[in-house]
Design a protein around this ligand. Structure first.
Ligand SMILES: [Zn+2]
Length: 164
């Protein structure tokens, strides 16, 4: 014998879900996070979860220890006058994610971009079309990039937040 859930049960479950997704996780910035590791590049893997840069969004992007720390000499992103992100500083610290997009918990991709990444960025000199990574929930970005049809992605370390 099975009992159908009542409408009140369903509403309670829905509001609990809404409440959870609206409670922002406790996070910190890249500059604070990197202080937890050896040297200026910070820990060699993302030892905490990675979230959207917008604290009010709080979308979970990566579970901990999914990505490896790396860097690239040049700024990556097109210059935007109203960018909410820290001004570019070089080298650009990155999280290298293998097995994209499945390795991500939540991530969005732009259409192929006419603006590429610098030749000295990982994979940049291959001339492949770039897809910018954006938050799957609030579309904030770009926070990193991937290549059309590629299984690798790179997140900008200072364009995401870190679980505490
Ligand atoms: Zn977001």
């Amino acid at each position: 014998m099975s009992e159908e859930p009542s409408q009140a049960d369903i509403l309670a479950a829905l509001s609990a879900q809404t409440f959870r997704s609206r409670a922002p996780p406790s996070t910190t910035t890249w500059s604070e996070f990197r202080g937890q590791g050896e040297g200026e590049a910070g820990p060699s893997t993302n030892v905490t979860r990675i979230y959207c840069f917008r604290e009010t969004c709080g979308s979970l992007i990566l579970l901990q220890n999914v990505a490896e720390s790396t860097s690239t000499p040049s700024p990556i992103f097109p210059v935007e006058s109203n960018s909410p992100y820290p001004p570019p500083s070089t080298p650009t610290h990155l999280w290298h994610v293998k097995g994209a997009p499945m390795a991500f918990e939540n991530i969005g991709f732009s259409r192929n971009s006419s603006a590429g990444v610098p030749d000295d960025a990982p994979g940049g000199k291959d001339g492949r079309a770039v897809k910018w990574l954006i938050c799957a929930e609030c579309d904030a970005g770009p926070i990193g990039w991937s290549y059309d049809g590629g299984k690798e992605a790179w997140l900008a370390a200072d364009r995401v937040r870190y679980g505490t």
